[in-house]
Design a protein around this ligand. Structure first.
Ligand code: KIV
Length: 245
């Protein structure tokens, strides 16, 4: 699984053979430049998701339900999920949280909307955690996470993202529940992996967490391209005779 937020990127990701495209609320960070995922709105998520859906021929498109669109009550959660499905054309939604949002997940599932869970470091709760460090290192939090994963499976989630937790705990969760566990910073004992596409392409050279493998250094390559263009325009080299009418 990889994230995508726009048509052009989603088209390449889909063509490359990715199983699942996540229209993550990380769009708030990487597309809009916010410090957290909290500011992005339902309508902005729908804008990103519909752009992705228009590009996709084969991947499953999962859309993050943004902060504030489902935490109030299960009725509000259901109407937010329905709006996402109707207006974006996405195939499923993802929600952060465990037993505290079970009623909302159940209601959304009853409407026929597939739900992916998200446990561990849940960025929409960053002001409760106070930091982006590894979660569930202590026994009581690890036990709560395991109970939450079982509850998400029992209510009917089709998969769960586990973010930034010890690899041993993630592997134990993956062995305990039967639905696919998708990890980010959760080791390789799980069923799949997810990365933010801008991070794995090395577009942002200031974000270097331990869990991130960079498959390119697009920051450098893009910088070189832009600088060459500036130089060519200033020197009059571009456009050349063959590049004009
Ligand atoms: O919003 C996002 O990109 C995510 C992934 C990091 C799992 O939730």
């Amino acid at each position: 699984m990889l994230t995508a937020y726009d048509f052009s990127m989603a088209r390449i990701v889909d063509e490359a053979g990715i199983d699942v495209i996540l229209v993550g609320d990380s769009a708030s960070n990487v597309m809009a430049g916010h410090e957290t995922t909290l500011p992005i709105t339902l309508d902005q998520m729908i804008y990103h998701a519909s752009s992705v859906v228009r590009a996709v021929k084969r991947s499953l498109v999962v859309v993050d339900m943004p902060f504030g669109s489902y935490q109030g009550n299960s009725k509000e959660a259901l109407s937010s999920a329905i709006k996402i499905m109707k207006e974006s054309g996405g195939h499923a939604v993802k929600m952060e949280g465990g037993q505290e949002i079970i009623e909302s997940i159940g209601r959304i599932l009853t409407a026929g909307i597939p739900v992916m869970g998200h446990l561990g470091l849940t960025p929409q709760s960053i002001y409760k955690f106070g930091t982006y460090v590894v979660r569930a290192k202590e026994e009581d939090e690890a036990k709560r996470l395991m109970d939450d994963a079982k509850a998400l499976e029992a209510v009917g989630c089709f998969a769960i993202v586990l973010e930034k937790i010890p690899a041993e705990l993630a592997a134990r969760v993956a062995k305990t529940v039967r639905i696919p566990i998708i990890g980010i910073g959760a080791g390789n004992g799980v069923d799949g992996q997810v990365l933010v596409v801008h991070d794995m392409l090395g577009i942002n050279n200031e974000f270097n967490p331990r869990f991130l493998r960079k498959y390119n250094n697009l920051h450098e390559q893009m910088m070189q391209s832009f600088q060459s263009y500036i130089q060519d325009v200033r020197s009059g080299d571009f456009p050349s005779e063959s590049e004009q009418y």
